[in-house]
Design a protein around this ligand. Structure first.
Ligand code: ZN
Length: 133
């Protein structure tokens, strides 16, 4: 729905008002997601294959053990940490929430841009000189 509105600007007052309402609704949805209280992890989370270092373990010859790696920034420096197996799931969930928040921020930026364009159109209609501008 939003992509249709972004791709095909409408020109009538009624359609502009309707588009603004749709944008407002989408904004509310993005804000709701951004203002949720659940913790997030700002960074990146990957699963990697790792060797444990035990020479008698199967990983000495074949691909190693799957482990979750957390990459984040601290005081401007990039940090990497292996995540304990029992923490991997909630860390991934928190990271996925962060990704959703990033997506919502991008959407807000797009909504702002479209909303400003529509509001400028509405302001021109209110101009006492009519649509002369
Ligand atoms: Zn091993």
């Amino acid at each position: 729905m939003i992509y249709y509105i972004l791709a095909y600007p409408m020109s009538s007052k009624k359609n502009t008002t309707r588009s603004l309402r749709v944008l407002h609704k989408r904004r509310q949805e993005s804000l709701k997601l951004l203002l949720r209280p659940e913790p997030i992890i700002i960074g990146n989370v990957y699963d990697v294959m790792r060797r444990c270092g035990n020479s008698s373990c199967h990983c000495a010859a074949k691909p190693g053990h799957r482990q979750t790696l957390l990459i984040y920034a601290e005081k401007g420096r990039r940090r990497c940490k292996f995540v304990r197996r029992q923490d991997a799931e909630w860390i991934k969930q928190a990271w996925l929430r962060y990704r959703d928040c990033k997506k919502a921020l991008r959407e807000l930026r797009a909504l702002n841009s479209r909303e400003l364009a529509l509001l400028r159109v509405q302001l021109r209609w209110r101009d006492v000189r009519g649509n002369a501008v």
